[in-house]
Design a binder for this molecule. Structure first.
Ligand code: GLN
Length: 198
């Protein structure tokens, strides 16, 4: 039997269970990551939505921030959604906050006005021919991106799904829809690294 690919899911706070269910459905093994030792054998890690300030606090308290830096240095792949996108960004605004900085992005937290702060939309995405369902919940806005960042989907004039090398970032929540397109793409990224085609 071929060993299942292990995908870590940061499980200190937020909607990690929803990601674990999608990963299992796609035939990979979800591994809930709460302490550095949980990263053993993991090839890619998902940073879920939730509250990024709280998540950052736990990351530091558990020694996970250093462990994730080592994981990145050994070529591990990352997929951050919403709060996870905030953790991966190079610079965080509104308010400023420390971050891992693995993606060359400047993000502003809670940046949609009240009316749009939580909403669902269908929009074009380079990963599929049909419009992709995107669930936004108090989402950040990507205000700037570096030249090495590929935009895979945009909404309201801002990127909402981007990739830089082995780092995939969504400001929305693909784990909350029945559409597994974005997670399937992440598994390809874990398997094929920088050579992954669209
Ligand atoms: N507003 C949250 C934050 O700033 C992110 C919201 C989410 O992950 N759905 O951390």
């Amino acid at each position: 039997m071929v060993a299942q690919m292990k995908i870590g899911i940061l499980a200190v706070q937020g909607d990690f269970d929803a990601h674990a269910a999608v990963i299992a459905r796609l035939g990979a093994e979800p591994v809930l990551v709460r302490v550095p030792a949980d990263l053993a054998g993991v090839e890619g890690i998902i940073l879920p939505g939730g509250e990024s300030t709280t998540q950052l606090h736990f990351l530091k308290e558990e020694g996970l921030k250093d462990a994730l830096e080592k994981f990145a240095a050994r070529g591990g792949a990352f997929f951050g959604t919403c709060a996870g996108a905030i953790l991966l960004a190079r610079e965080v605004r509104n308010p400023a906050q420390e971050s891992l900085g693995f993606a060359d992005l400047v993000v502003a937290r809670n940046a949609y006005g009240r009316q749009l702060s939580s909403h669902v939309r269908f929009g074009p995405c380079k990963l599929k021919a049909e419009p992709l369902e995107m669930v936004f919940i108090r989402a950040p806005i990507i205000e700037q991106q570096g030249s090495g960042v590929e935009v895979l989907a945009e909404a309201e004039g801002h990127p909402v799904l981007v990739r830089q090398g082995r780092v995939l970032v969504a400001t929305f929540h693909p784990e909350l829809t029945g559409d597994t397109t974005v997670h399937e793409y992440f598994l390809k990224l874990v398997r094929n690294g920088d050579r992954t085609a669209l």
